[in-house]
Write a protein that binds this ligand. Structure first.
Ligand SMILES: [Ca+2]
Ligand SMILES: [Ca+2]
Ligand SMILES: [Ca+2]
Length: 218
């Protein structure tokens, strides 16, 4: 695979082409950024340790009618020109896939880049999904979807994403409820990495009355 055998020149070329195309308007996206968690407070990637870089995650959704080869897609934030991750795998129509900061760090190391992960700023950030498009010069990178997360969305274990019921960008704050006045408001739903954004509430531990508790020990 050319990309792996000569990673840096190809990456540099893609960055150059990207910089030339940065004003290309957003096109109709079939793959979209579906959910983002930028301030992890638990081991979301399951590697046994909590990492402020490795446990960030970004989920994508295939809104189209055909399977997508995810290696044509890239993620980055708007601070700096670096691409943070070339996606991998395939995604059927309606499917979702989650990518962790640790995936980005592994890819960055493979490319000889600094392992910054997704670098989702905890005071808010804008994230972009790009697609490799063949053209006469070879390939170009086109930005196909962009989302912005605000300061109150990027707090411990809050995620935000598209509500499939309303089609609106919402916040999944069941692990860290938000009662402030900024939008999006909280939904009391759980983050759902790798799953559709259907609302799953936090189930409270079963409670009992004091009289019922006393009756158990008489
Ligand atoms: Ca982890
Ligand atoms: Ca962060
Ligand atoms: Ca989800």
């Amino acid at each position: 695979m050319i990309f792996l055998s000569r990673p840096l020149p190809v990456l540099m070329l893609l960055c150059l082409v990207w910089s030339a195309f940065w004003v290309v308007p957003q096109v109709q996206a079939e793959l979209i950024i579906n959910e983002v968690l930028g301030d992890p407070n638990q081991d979301w990637d399951g590697d046994g340790t909590l990492s402020y870089k490795g446990d960030e995650w970004i989920e994508v959704l295939n809104n189209g009618a055909v399977s997508e080869d995810l290696s044509d897609f890239w993620l980055r934030d708007i601070f700096g020109d670096d691409l943070h991750l070339q996606l991998f795998g395939t995604l059927p129509p309606g499917g979702v896939a989650v990518f962790y900061g640790s995936d980005a760090m592994a890819w960055q190391v493979e490319q000889g880049l600094f392992a910054s992960g997704f670098s989702i700023n905890n005071t808010g950030d804008t994230l972009e999904l790009l697609r490799t498009i063949p053209n006469e010069a070879g390939t170009a990178l086109v930005m196909i979807h962009r989302v912005t997360v605000n300061n109150h969305e990027v707090e411990n274990d809050r995620s935000s994403g598209w509500d499939p019921e309303t089609g609106l960008w919402t916040m999944f704050d069941a692990l860290n409820p938000y009662n402030g006045g900024f939008v999006p408001q909280g939904s009391d739903c759980l983050p759902s990495p790798g799953e559709p954004n259907d609302c799953v509430p936090l189930v409270p531990v079963a409670s009992t009355s004091w009289n019922h508790l006393k009756s158990q020990y008489r």
